[in-house]
Write a new protein. Structure first.
Length: 233
């Protein structure tokens, strides 16, 4: 689903990503773990086609990036919520659903399914400007899933989400993974990283290690120690 080869991303004289190479298969949840400023968000933006790599190649769903061709099959939840504040949650979902080609009964069904999943189905008459930060994150996740993408990029998706709902989210991620959806999830939360099938450990724009949570725990003693090692690098 994703094939990244020797990618470098620079802005002027500042290099953000250096020699990054990895791949993600169908039906795999991959965690992107690293300190703030390590290049995680820049990498995600390059993967979805918002940035053109300075060097190297990125293929997403078989299409070389940047390109709009794979976008209808991609879901993206950014670190900052991109919502229409004056609209309700239902109106936001309807707008984005139509952008992805959903119409009529199917659109109405997906709106209700997504609102129920993120536990906002009782908050449909309130405009988003009156939502808490956690509610906005939940709506952003619903929007990223509205069109049932093949591949989804989540940048710090559970910040501000209570533990019980966070567990519901991860149960759904695993269910969708088992149906073949691919995930790349950026996170700072150690216990969340353990829910991933594989972790990419990023530091100073470099991929310094990769493997299953079990492998990294064997190498470093714990996921937290692996994270601290990335910070030292």
């Amino acid at each position: 689903m994703i094939d990244v080869t020797n990618v470098k991303q620079s802005f002027g004289k500042k290099t953000i990503l250096q020699h990054v190479t990895f791949s993600i298969e169908k039906g795999e949840i991959v965690g992107l773990l690293g300190p703030s400023g390590s290049g995680k968000t820049t990498l995600i933006k390059a993967l979805i086609g918002m940035l053109k790599p300075t060097e190297g190649d990125i293929y997403v769903l078989g299409v070389k990036q940047p390109s709009l061709k794979p976008m209808k099959h991609i879901g993206y939840m950014a670190q900052a919520d991109a919502l229409y504040q004056e609209l309700t949650a239902k109106a936001n979902l309807a707008y984005f659903g139509r952008l992805y080609g959903l119409r009529g009964k199917r659109l109405r069904e997906r709106i209700q399914e997504c609102l129920s999943f993120v536990d906002l189905d009782k908050e449909t008459k309130k405009s988003v400007q009156h939502y808490s930060g956690g509610m906005k994150r939940r709506l952003s996740l619903a929007i990223s899933l509205i069109h049932q993408p093949k591949l989804i990029f989540l940048d710090e998706p559970t910040v501000g989400i209570d533990p019980a709902l966070k567990r519901v989210f991860w149960d759904e991620f695993h269910r969708l993974r088992n149906q073949g959806m691919g995930f790349l999830i950026s996170t700072h939360i150690m216990d969340e990283a353990e829910h991933c099938d594989r972790i990419l450990l990023v530091s100073n724009g470099r991929l310094i290690d990769a493997g299953s949570p079990e492998k990294l725990k064997q190498m470093y003693g714990s996921i937290e120690e692996a994270f601290l090692k990335a910070g030292e690098e």
